[in-house]
Design a protein around this ligand. Structure first.
Ligand SMILES: NC(=O)c1ccc[n+]([C@@H]2O[C@H](COP(=O)([O-])OP(=O)(O)OC[C@H]3O[C@@H](n4cnc5c(N)ncnc54)[C@H](OP(=O)(O)O)[C@@H]3O)[C@@H](O)[C@H]2O)c1
Length: 293
């Protein structure tokens, strides 16, 4: 039995579909099973609740051969450490009884900025706690997701621009969540691996935000530009979007660390590159979202 946390999310939703397509037995943890994609509910076991809670993970992880572990964003957390290691405390305790764990993590370990990278620093600390349990673990370490751009579909549609704290001219890896789900599915179905390792998932190429704007313009057939915003303005936007002060600061710290090379330390190989290009993602995912405005 393969247990999936966050089955209604970007990665989790696509992962559940990949595993069902492969004929795997799936159990999901869902706060509201009605939010599962159409056709999923009839084909999976459901444990209702949040994977933050001990009784929920104790029930869900029982006799699991593998677990997919993803910590959701917590805008109201008192600290970024509480948002990750705090959220994961019960889940990590329950992992002792499972065969293998595949988790969602981030690039940056070993870089000079890893200790001041907000969400990423907290994610890597959570990974260390999982590894310390001795459960076989694969931490999928990712750069920023292409899918983050969807949050700016309205600005792209109405202002012909998208905004962020990232440098416009720095080539960085960028990955589609569909590819992350595919890598997770492969590892969850593979019973041969042991030990604890990071698995970088880098997307197909390094790309700048200005190049992303060019591709979006080309695909939509109208000009779209990328506008870098100052760090404090970005933090103010994150606060306006409902983040507590420590979480807004953590977003800013992560963005500044990315500008200082957080995502650039892993050497690209055929094995850690994944197929979906930013252009393909724009055609298939961004365009319908922008057309919805
Ligand atoms: N975005 C990036 O660029 C990036 C890069 C590297 C790593 N990451 C990591 O990727 C993860 C986000 O992945 P994603 O985009 O697939 O997530 P997502 O689409 O935001 O999905 C979040 C999921 O968590 C569930 N959820 C929300 N609050 C919950 C709670 N309190 N208890 C239990 N479940 C809850 C949601 O389900 P319901 O609301 O239906 O319950 C949903 O299934 C984070 O861990 C982040 O640190 C992100």
């Amino acid at each position: 039995m393969i247990v999936i946390t966050s089955p209604t999310g970007n990665i989790g939703g696509q992962l559940v579909q990949d595993l069902l397509d492969a004929g795997a037995p799936v159990r999901v943890i869902a706060r509201d099973p009605a939010r599962l994609a159409p056709g999923v509910l009839d084909r999976v076991e459901v444990v209702r609740g949040s994977h933050r809670d001990a009784d929920v993970v104790d029930e869900a992880f029982d006799r699991a051969s593998a677990v997919f572990w993803l910590v959701p964003a917590d805008r109201q957390a008192a600290s970024v450490s509480d948002a990750y290691s705090g959220f994961a405390q019960a889940g990590i305790a329950a992992m002792k009884s499972v065969g293998r764990v595949v988790g969602i993590s981030a690039l940056g370990r070993g870089t000079a900025v890893a200790g001041r990278a907000g969400h990423v620093t907290a994610t890597l600390a959570m990974d260390d706690l999982i590894t310390a349990t001795g459960v076989p673990y694969r931490a999928l370490t990712m750069p920023s997701f292409m899918d983050n751009t969807i949050r700016q579909a309205g600005a792209i549609a109405t202002q012909g621009a998208f905004f962020g704290p990232s440098r416009p001219d720095m080539p960085v890896p960028m990955v589609a969540t569909r590819d992350i789900a595919a890598v997770a599915a492969r590892l969850l179905l593979d019973e041969s691996w042991t030990g604890s390792e990071e698995v970088p998932v880098l997307g197909p190429e390094d790309i700048t935000f200005d190049q992303m704007a060019e591709i979006i313009s080309d695909v939509l057939g109208r000009p779209v530009r990328y506008q870098q915003v100052p760090g404090e303005a970005f933090k103010a936007t994150m606060s306006k979007n409902g983040n507590s002060e420590p979480m807004a600061q953590a977003y800013l710290d992560m963005a500044l660390a990315k500008n200082d090379g957080l995502d650039s330390a892993v050497v690209r190989t055929r094995e850690n590159s994944t197929p979906t290009t930013f252009r393909q993602w724009c055609i298939e995912v961004l365009t319908p979202a922008v057309q919805g405005y």
